[in-house]
Design a protein. Structure first.
Length: 181
């Protein structure tokens, strides 16, 4: 009779331990998901900041382009003034070529500034997409791990129940339907 009581107590402790492990696994899963949601929030905030910075890069490039246009106009005006001061005609081929070269250089510099600002903005926007995707991935991974851990803990409870039923069948076979004698 004493071994049966001892085995029953051990079985009860096993069940209690399994239930506690299951509850701990669920709590750990909830905590991991909560942490991942916070990480996703931070990633979204970083992404929003990067998108704002991309707009600022475009605006800075536009201001720089205006500066390049103004500088080109000043250089072109100075070239005209120097040509006129030297007595050359503004319609002479050498003056026209010099003014055309100044205009080409101005266009090149404006295009370079525009392209640089746009490329920086594109890089920031792409980085923002990566940040958002990383936050979403962290949350999905945490949810998957939570569900996997819960399933494993449930399977452990089922296996423990099957093992207890199996050991109980052995006791039944040993002592018969009337219990210990």
């Amino acid at each position: 009779m004493f071994p049966a009581i001892l085995m029953g107590a051990m079985a009860g402790m096993q069940v209690l331990g399994g239930v506690m492990q299951y509850q701990q696994q669920k709590a750990a899963g909830k905590a991991a998901v909560k942490a991942a949601k916070y990480e996703q929030l931070l990633a979204n905030n970083r992404a929003t900041s990067m998108e704002v910075q991309a707009g600022q890069e475009r605006a800075t490039a536009q201001r720089s382009m205006l500066g390049e246009r103004q500088q080109g106009a000043l250089i072109s005006g100075r070239a005209r003034a120097l040509a006129a001061a030297s007595g050359a005609s503004l319609s002479s081929p050498s003056v026209i070529k010099a003014l055309a070269d100044i205009g080409s250089i101005e266009d090149y510099r404006v295009g370079t500034v525009r392209q640089g600002g746009e490329q920086q903005a594109i890089n920031l926007e792409y980085g923002a997409k990566l940040e958002r995707a990383g936050g979403k991935n962290a949350l999905e991974t945490a949810r998957f791990q939570r569900d996997l851990g819960t399933a494993q803990a449930q399977a452990g409870l089922v296996n423990m129940g099957a093992s207890l039923i199996g050991s109980g069948a052995g006791m039944y076979a040993k002592y018969g339907s009337g219990g210990p004698k």
